[in-house]
Write a protein that binds this ligand. Sequence first.
Ligand SMILES: C[S@@+](CC[C@H](N)C(=O)[O-])C[C@H]1O[C@@H](n2cnc3c(N)ncnc32)[C@H](O)[C@@H]1O
Ligand SMILES: [Zn+2]
Length: 361
Amino acid sequence: MVNFMMEEEIKFEIDKLFYNSNMRFSRSFGSLSIGAINEDISILDGFAASGIRGLRYSKENKNVKKIVFLDIWKIASAIIEKNIKNNKIKNAEIYNVDFNEFVIKNEFDFIELDPFGSPIHYLNNAFYSFRKKRRGYISITATDVAVLCGENMRACLKKYGAKNLRNEFTHEIGTRILLKKIGDFASQFDFGIEPFYSISDRHYIKILLKISRSAEKASEIPHTLGYVSYCFHCGYREIGKFPNRICMNCKKDTDYAGLLWLGELHNKKFLEKMKKLNAKRNYADKTELEKMLNLLIEETNMPQFYYNVHDICKRKKYPNVPKIGELITELKKNLFRATRTHFCEKSIKTDAKINEIESKL
Ligand SMILES: C[S@@+](CC[C@H](N)C(=O)[O-])C[C@H]1O[C@@H](n2cnc3c(N)ncnc32)[C@H](O)[C@@H]1O
Ligand SMILES: [Zn+2]
């Protein structure tokens, strides 16, 4: 007997293929972004498994003119074929080869990279496959968060060419290390990158980029990179072209992370389009999606790196941790910019310095 699964309007089989129902949010988020691109696109669901991501992208959006499903696992093709038929997906193709082999011979407007672990082995060929195009979109999921945001400095240096740092804003560091690495590949192929969103959620980091062919934009990428220096004694942080090993607040030694992407993480206009689409759709995660989109919209154009209010209070031995909303209001009253951040619900983004935040606690 076949066991069918349901996700939103899609009824599908998985057999022995990988399926994580916790990633429904990520697939809904991805599907909203396909709709928000608002131009006819061909899509490669490059690590399709049952095909649930591509099935949803195609079924839920009118602008998908062609969808190609690819998975290296032999049994995937037959299951995906049934899922395509049962859901009446049009203009679909299925291939059963290695991603890297496939993309160097085929081109798409949008490539979805959803591998196990790190996407790093696939980035070179993904960019190569856009070589004849002026622009395109790459959606990248990384689940090797333990490397990007962990304490294992050697693993991160080896894989991403950047030093990580386990501190109060480690998730933003991990996200910016991944973006830095993506930028390395993009610039080699003469593409500029524009992140539409960069989210760190659950056990993954997900980034959607618009890439545009331009030698000028590609050469801007290295100038968007830098380091963050961080003082574990007082919470002071500073960005720059080089690490600053002395804290400018308490004069003790700092640690650092980098190289990192220090440019924008999101595109506000694009996120607003996604928000409008979400309001029209009835996804099971509608409320959570709206909450995430609002947080991303708020934190667009805010300074890099957040402050964990609980950590500050612990360090200063303040017994009463203020409500995040009240602290933001207080900072704004004092003419600072301040918002919540999707990276951590106990944290804020602000242009106030650590001593200025402490004076409001
Ligand atoms: C994380 S799962 C994909 C999940 C799927 N996108 C979803 O939303 O349910 C990764 C899939 O990539 C496939 N895979 C692993 N290495 C691959 C490669 N080199 N080329 C193509 N597919 C690959 C695996 O067989 C597995 O089905
Ligand atoms: Zn310090």
